[in-house]
Design a protein around this ligand. Structure first.
Ligand SMILES: [Zn+2]
Length: 86
């Protein structure tokens, strides 16, 4: 643990990257949320360098996940619904 953990529980509550979508049997993509509102597609397979794709907002991430789906990857419907509802 870093020294930031000693600053108090608020730090823990406001985790920088909460997990929105995890790799698993239902999903070929992993997406994380951050306080700034940016969303991150972790280790994005659509990138040539395998780095993270960063979307400025939910709408952009929704479009991005649909591209994954077009490539034949599995993206949970629930995640698409959640992104399109906000
Ligand atoms: Zn991606």
């Amino acid at each position: 643990m870093s020294s930031r953990a000693a600053m108090g529980e608020r730090v823990l509550e406001r985790a920088e990257h909460s997990i929105l979508l995890e790799l698993g049997p239902d999903s070929d993509v992993a997406v994380r949320d951050s306080d700034s509102g940016a969303l991150r597609c972790v280790g994005c397979s659509l990138r040539f360098d395998g780095g993270d794709f960063v979307a400025e907002g939910r709408r952009e991430m929704l479009r991005h996940l649909l591209r994954h789906e077009e490539e034949g990857e599995q993206v949970p419907r629930s995640a698409l619904d959640e992104l399109s509802s906000t």
